[in-house]
Design a binder for this molecule. Structure first.
Ligand SMILES: Nc1ncnc2c1ncn2[C@@H]1O[C@H](COP(=O)(O)OP(=O)(O)OP(=O)(O)O)[C@@H](O)[C@H]1O
Ligand SMILES: [Mg+2]
Ligand SMILES: [Mg+2]
Length: 484
């Protein structure tokens, strides 16, 4: 039997407000345990929540960025369950009336094709605390600092059909929220977590199969691994005539497998009901239009502009718009040197290659955009040749804070284009290599084409790499052919 995987994702994005969703407690990461949760976050008797206006604005901007309907009216509800990291006994969330309605996200696949994933809705909710099972032997610690941190849960339709599509989708969400500046998108610190729903159905069948839900996956790679494992596990069960049970599973990166946490029979009945402490949220047209006016250029718009006005390939445009800091770096370099293709090649090749090797991201680059742009400008105006450029780049990397011009000057890397100087270098090399000159003269015409490389190499060496290669090539050909 041929099986088609069906995947839907719930992505929890931590909104980067300074304070909690319903209280003034700080949301800063890394504080001592239990120093950043207040009475409101724990819903102690006598406290009342007040909705964080900035969190609403961020959620609305996300909705507008994915072309979603923003309903005029939305409601906070209590999702009731008991867990040690939720002393309130309920999570304040949204269910029947979420702040963001149906929308769409475009994803770009490896072969450059673009696919649209429908968004069912996105709702606001508070985060719970954190159970620390490993820090105390025989005991569990509870850190409530995270309680009340604002989250936006983005729920997709089951529109994805492979691990690759799911991964492209999370990357697209990551790009949108970081471009909007509504989240730092830091998956390692838990600012973006993902519940992955996977089912299989016979190819060609419309009806969905039973899904397993893998909770709290926190890296792009783990999402791909967890899906790959689930597809295989479910296919094996179905092939043997078995049935998939609807259940919650977790992904264990150490064993690279998913394991059952609880089945549907044990699933919670949350008894959602509207929170009596919070008024419904009413958003009027003027407010929504104001939020729209605050939207920056979005990844898909930037990608399109890079292709249409800068002439980049879809592939290059996609890589360079992957994150906002990278796109901004590239644009600064491109503006300085005036050559989009050269800027794209250097940023993707030399720069990203080095950053990768040193485990750095673009914001930590030892070479800033002004320095790289200054270097590329000297290639395009022929001050230096390609070989010298590599050396300048290596020197810029050493963090001396010099400009490309200072390095070119102090290392004597300026390209020699003076015809007289190049001519005397060529004459010298021809005089110093009589054996090769004889071979050249005796060779057939197409062999000579290759042999000239030897002489060019010698002249470049003699000029310590600074001679202009096309000029050297032309000059040598002229002189050697004159000896035939
Ligand atoms: N048969 C299926 N196969 C794969 N994905 C599915 C299937 N049915 C639903 N999904 C996806 O599962 C997700 C369901 O999320 P939703 O928030 O609506 O409910 P839930 O998982 O039941 O509740 P909770 O928010 O408490 O986890 C959606 O992303 C949806 O696209
Ligand atoms: Mg959900
Ligand atoms: Mg779910």
């Amino acid at each position: 039997m041929q099986w088609e995987p069906v995947i839907g994702l719930e992505v929890h994005v931590q909104l980067s407000t300074c304070s909690k969703i319903f209280s003034g407690a700080s949301t800063a990461f890394g504080a001592e345990p239990n120093t950043q949760a207040c009475g409101i976050d724990l819903a102690l008797p006598g406290t009342l929540p007040v909705l964080n206006e900035n969190a609403v604005a961020m959620a609305v901007r996300f909705g507008l960025a994915i072309n979603a309907e923003i309903p005029e009216y939305s409601v906070f509800e209590r999702k009731n369950y008991f867990y040690p990291d939720l002393p309130k006994g309920y999570q304040t969330s949204q269910m029947a009336h979420p702040v963001v309605g149906r929308g769409e996200v475009d994803i770009t696949l490896g072969d450059g094709t673009i696919k649209t994933v429908r968004i069912h809705h996105a709702h606001m909710e508070e985060d719970a605390g954190k159970s620390l099972h490993e820090d105390y032997s025989g005991m569990t610690g509870i850190d409530l600092n995270r309680a009340g941190t604002p989250l936006l849960e983005i729920v997709s339709e089951p529109d994805m059909h492979s691990a690759e599509e799911a991964s492209a989708y999370i990357k697209a969400i990551h790009a949108i929220v970081t471009y909007l500046g509504i989240s730092d998108g830091n998956m390692a610190e838990g600012s973006m977590r993902c519940d992955v729903n996977v089912s299989l159905r016979p190819k060609g069948q419309e009806k969905l199969g039973t899904r397993a839900e893998i909770k709290n996956v926190n890296s792009f790679r783990f999402v791909e691994r967890a899906i790959a494992f689930e597809i295989e596990r479910q296919a094996e069960i179905l092939e043997e005539g078995g049935k998939i049970v609807q259940e919650t599973r977790l992904y264990d990166p150490d064993l690279d497998e998913t394991r059952s946490m609880r089945t549907k029979e044990e699933a919670n009945d949350y008894r959602y009901f509207p929170c009596p402490d919070l008024l419904p949220l009413m958003l009027d047209e003027a407010y929504i239009e104001h939020q729209r006016s605050l939207l920056p250029e979005l990844p898909s718009e930037k990608r399109q502009r890079f292709v249409e006005s800068l002439g980049l390939s879809t592939y290059d445009a996609n890589v360079l718009t992957g994150s906002r800091p990278l796109a901004e770096y590239f644009e600064a370099v491109q503006k300085l040197c005036g050559d989009a293709k050269m800027a794209a090649n250097w940023v993707q090749g030399d720069l990203l290659g080095r950053l990768n090797r040193d485990g750095l991201d673009i914001t930590q680059s030892p070479v800033n955009a002004e320095q790289l742009g200054g270097l590329l400008l000297r290639i395009s105006d022929d001050t230096i040749n390609g070989k010298a450029a590599k050396q300048v780049f290596a020197d810029l990397w050493e963090c001396r804070g010099e400009t490309a011009d200072e390095i070119i000057e102090s290392r004597g890397l300026k390209q020699v284009t003076d015809t007289g100087a190049i001519e005397s270098l060529c004459d010298q090399v021809i005089a110093d290599n009589p054996v090769q000159v004889t071979q050249y003269r005796e060779a057939t015409e197409d062999k000579r084409g290759k042999m000239i490389g030897f002489f060019v190499g010698q002249v470049m060496k003699a000029s310590r790499g600074t001679a202009n290669p096309p000029q050297v090539n032309a000059m040598l050909k002229e002189k050697l052919d004159a000896l035939l």
